[in-house]
Design a protein around this ligand. Structure first.
Ligand SMILES: [Zn+2]
Length: 375
């Protein structure tokens, strides 16, 4: 059985062979599909695949999908949020539906304690795959802020919890494993791009304590020189609205982030002498059970989001929007209202609205670990 770290060693393989190995670790596929995902020519992919077949690293006929043969080391992805962490692990030759996942009820607000909990979760998952602590080959980390590609610092620095050295602290914890890091929304977008991506322009929006976007344009992820491309959370939806920490006014994040939605409900329910929802899950559950105020809070958030999507679509011609994060299940309840809002404008009339699995960014982090970095 091949060792995952050896397969990914840039010293021993040509660039095109390495690119094809990385693509196969993300997902097996036909040669044409591998060419599309790597950006290599069909001829280069075919040459690289033949080398992998000859070396007993992959298998697959000319007209069949090419797949990696079993490898030893485990790929790990970790998504850290303010209140929760999700750990994902799989072997590189396993398909997506075999990923082992473990959600943890700790996050950045708990200081460094989440790192200990994540380390235990990683060990548990690696053990459940039949591997040991020394078998962790790659690790990707999804963080709730944009990451500056030059020095991996938060970009711009958010006022809460942002820790520029998080990936280094995690690296120190896991020994020789290099941890690669990027914004959760970009990694949600990477998950979409890898597993279900028929769109020319796709915007992934993560809505939690923050609101971040990740952009896929054609076969490429768009990062921006400072890592801020797709920052939909700071589109102004109220010209004379609430001040935002970023220095602008009326930013989307001030209205549809989880704390903003809960705060709005707190005021209105307290005014009626009722108990406000304790969490966003509680609010969504009440809306699902017919509570008109909770449903209205979600509709108001959906309309604000639609407004920002309309504005951004004028420049980007966004074809599909994928919503992820803790508010997404609530927005799914009122998807018809959001779609109605989008249909009102010629700029968003054809926009497809989709909803991500709750662990999309953790899957994306696992893929990031395998590919090393995002272009
Ligand atoms: Zn802002």
């Amino acid at each position: 059985m091949h060792e995952t770290r050896d397969l990914l060693d840039p010293e021993t393989r040509s660039d095109s062979v390495l690119q094809v190995i990385r693509a196969l670790m993300c997902r097996s596929g036909l040669r044409t599909e591998l060419a599309r995902r790597t950006g290599l020519s069909i001829a280069s992919v075919s040459t690289a695949v033949q080398k992998l077949l000859d070396d007993g690293i992959a298998h697959g006929g000319k007209k069949e999908p090419v797949a990696l043969l079993p490898a030893q080391g485990v790929a790990v992805g970790i998504q850290v949020g303010t209140r929760q962490v999700t750990v994902a692990a799989r072997l590189p030759h396993w398909p997506r539906d075999q990923v082992r996942l473990l959600p943890l009820a700790q996050g950045l607000r708990d200081g460094g304690a989440w790192i200990d909990a994540a380390a235990v979760a990683v060990a548990d998952l690696v053990g459940s795959i039949g591997r040991g602590p020394g078998d962790i080959a790659t690790m990707g980390l999804a963080v709730p802020w944009s990451v500056d590609p030059r020095d991996l610092t938060p970009s711009p620095p958010a006022p809460w919890f942002a820790a520029p050295d998080l990936h280094r602290r995690l690296s120190a914890r896991f020994g020789p494993v290099k941890v690669v890091v990027d914004a959760d929304a970009r990694l949600g977008a990477l998950n979409e791009q890898t597993y279900h991506h028929p769109f020319e322009t796709l915007l992934y929006v993560e809505i939690a304590e923050h609101v971040l976007g990740g952009l896929v344009i054609g076969p490429r992820m768009l990062r921006g020189a400072l890592g801020r491309a797709g920052s939909i959370g700071h589109h102004s939806v109220e010209p004379v609205g609430l001040d935002c920490w970023c220095g602008k006014r009326g930013c989307l994040e001030r209205y549809i982030s989880v704390p903003a939605v809960l705060e709005g409900m707190y005021v209105s329910t307290r005014a009626r002498g009722e108990e406000p929802p304790a969490s966003i899950g509680d609010l969504i559950e009440r809306a699902r059970n017919g509570d008109p105020d909770c449903r209205w809070a979600l509709i108001a958030a959906a309309r604000k989001l639609a407004r920002a999507l309309r504005e951004s679509a004028v420049t980007l011609e966004t074809q599909a929007v994928v919503l992820g994060g803790p508010l997404a299940p609530g927005l799914r309840l009122v998807a018809a209202d959001c779609e109605q809002e989008l249909r009102r404008s010629p700029w968003t009339r054809h926009m497809e609205l989709r909803f991500a699995q709750p662990d999309a960014a953790a899957h994306g982090a696992l893929i990031l670990g395998l590919i090393g970095h995002l272009r």
